[in-house]
Design a protein around this ligand. Structure first.
Ligand SMILES: O=C(O)CCC(=O)C(=O)O
Ligand SMILES: [Fe+2]
Length: 205
């Protein structure tokens, strides 16, 4: 039987979780491949006029037209590799969606993190569909609703384990932010690789 997503009960969003899209031997092989063969870079963003290095390594692969701008910088994707294409095809099949790019994040240990944000860049269009695959150490993924007062704000935590796939769609990016919080090195000492598959809408010429 095809694996099925478990849908979190959230207002104003559609977030599904599939704990085992990849079996143990696939997880081990892809983790090794991703750690060693992806062109990982520390990225510098310009934030309020200051140069800030993001607290993790990143890489961007995709179709050549899938150009992505953030913090005023245009990002040209690297071409797909055979392994990334294989992962993409499996994700597309189980999600019933099409993607033309992937943003990869490497969290070396619990000190690396991702702050609160929504993936709502104009390139992704209205109601973007994002599929997020994880290999390596488990990390907590948090979601918080943007339209509530702080004291009543719903916060949801889903631990993302190796081999899992998280799917965000519908109004999720409009109403929710998400993050991967820091953890102590006692709790998370091992690296984690995350791949977020996206569909960048091509600019109309
Ligand atoms: O590492 C994760 O699970 C989240 C990644 C993420 O939110 C992003 O790349 O936009
Ligand atoms: Fe994100």
């Amino acid at each position: 039987m095809a694996p099925r997503f478990h849908w979190l009960t959230l207002p104003d969003g559609e977030v599904g979780y599939l704990s085992q899209l990849f079996n143990l031997s696939e997880q081990q092989a892809y983790f090794q491949f991703l750690m060693n063969s992806v062109d990982w870079q520390y990225e510098t963003l310009s934030l309020f006029g200051k140069q800030v290095v993001v607290p993790r390594k990143v890489a961007w692969y995709g179709d050549s037209e899938a150009v992505y701008a953030y913090s005023g910088v245009l990002h040209q994707p690297l071409p797909w590799t055979a392994e990334l294409t294989k992962i993409k095809q499996k994700v597309e099949h189980v999600c019933g969606e099409h993607f033309n790019s992937v943003l990869l994040n490497l969290y070396q240990n619990g000190a690396d993190y991702m702050g609160w944000h929504s993936d709502d860049e104009p390139e992704l269009g209205d109601d973007p569909v994002i599929a997020s695959v994880s290999f390596g150490a488990s990390r907590d993924f948090k979601l918080r609703h943007k339209k509530y007062r702080k004291s009543q704000q719903p916060v949801v935590t889903q631990t993302l384990i190796s081999g899992s796939c998280l799917l965000m769609k519908g109004a999720t990016q409009r109403y929710w932010q998400h993050s991967v919080p820091k953890r102590s090195l006692n709790k998370v000492s091992e690296p984690r690789v995350n791949l977020t598959f996206r569909l960048v809408k091509l600019a109309e010429i």
